[in-house]
Design a protein around this ligand. Structure first.
Ligand code: ASP
Length: 354
């Protein structure tokens, strides 16, 4: 090879290597680092045989809208906290899900909402429980985190705080839907069998046997351009719960957790088990202490820890590399993600049904 050719080859290689290095460095320093988002819309006995095509399309479209809303925030350089709130608000505003409008009823025919959010970069967190007049409970959770010295506020105190800070307030009847009311009535008819039906045994619109259908809590976990993870969850709780009952969704470490060092988690399922198993934190702990991967930790916690306790439900998980896991031990879970390569995936049923 001529010396001249060799020289130009070397200089081309040098330029290419430099470009590659700068590219990688800018990825790590934030400029073009990958973003990702994962959401859920509740787990339970969700079977294709119980679903009309129209209803399935409605769920898929709303899940996609929630994903894309959050993803657009991330792509425009917004924070993972902003993305989580934006995604969750799309689902809170839809009667399809058990959060915001369309929340399930207490045994008193009221709607009492729970929500929480956590910032993985600082491990700051905020939550509200048993609130009846805050239009967007996830916004209230964030307000508690960012504008108060507290982590958790409940009932009237949380509502007063939200109102004083300018959040939109509504009548409790704003959350009321006929579909959820029918579910409550059916649950109450079944009360002789169990006062609170087993998780996932929504008594819905269709011919329903106990154990059919789903619940519909919502959650999101996002990774932003600077590598920060945030997670949030919002719910009306469980149908026919006693008034005053609080589930796992507003409990940091049970229904929601985020730490940049490990992962972000949002859970859905029979809340009492998620509280007792400290499920969301357990996934992070397995990664931190046992060196497990996100997938290993998430699957073990749902399939073994939760399952062995007799609990049902699932979770979504995302780590700093953009790895995603969505395990559940029910028949289905409304779930989806846009990964770091930009691929959008929406799933509803167990693997074999997809
Ligand atoms: N985890 C929620 C609760 O127990 C319910 C759900 O996820 O559907 O309040």
């Amino acid at each position: 090879m001529h010396t001249k050719t060799l020289r130009s080859l070397i200089s081309i290689l040098t330029v290419a290597t430099t470009m590659l290095f700068v590219g990688c460095a800018s990825d790590l320093s934030g400029g073009r680092a990958p973003v990702a988002i994962v959401i859920h819309g509740g787990a339970g006995t969700i079977l294709k045989s119980n679903m009309t095509p129209e209803r399935e399309t409605a769920y898929r479209e709303k899940l996609s809208e929630a994903l894309q809303t959050g993803h657009a925030v991330l792509q425009n350089g917004g924070s993972s906290l902003d993305a989580v709130v934006a995604s969750i608000q799309v689902m809170e505003d839809s009667p399809l899900f058990n959060a915001g409008i369309g929340a399930v009823f207490t045994s008193e025919e009221t709607n009492e909402l729970d929500s929480s959010i956590m910032d993985g970069s600082t491990r700051n967190a905020g939550s509200v429980a048993g609130v009846k007049t805050i239009k967007s409970p996830i916004a209230a959770a964030r307000l508690v985190m960012e504008s108060s010295p507290h982590v958790m506020m409940v009932g009237r105190g949380a509502e007063t705080f939200a109102r004083e800070n300018g959040l939109e307030m509504v009548e409790n009847s704003y959350f009321r839907t006929e579909r959820r009311l029918r579910q409550l009535k059916r649950a109450q008819q079944n009360e002789s069998r169990a006062s609170v039906l087993p998780y996932g045994s929504e008594v819905g619109d269709a011919p329903i046997s106990p154990g059919a259908d789903h619940f519909g809590t919502v959650g999101a976990v996002a990774l932003d351009r600077v590598g920060n993870i945030a997670a949030g969850t919002s719910t009306g709780g469980m149908t026919n719960k006693r008034f005053g009952r609080v589930g796992d969704a507003p409990i940091i470490g049970a229904g929601t957790y985020a730490d940049n060092a490990t992962c972000g988690i949002s859970a859905t399922g029979h809340g009492e088990y998620f509280i007792r198993g400290v499920i969301a934190h357990d996934v992070a702990a397995r990664m931190a202490y046992a060196g497990e991967t996100l997938r290993q930790a998430a699957e073990t916690v749902i399939m073994e820890t939760l399952g062995e306790m007799g609990g049902t439900g699932g979770l979504i998980a995302l780590d700093r590399e953009g790895n995603i896991a969505m395990p559940f031990n029910t028949e289905g879970m409304y779930r989806g993600y846009i990964d770091s390569a930009g691929n959008e995936v929406i799933l509803i049923y167990g693997e074999r049904e997809e």
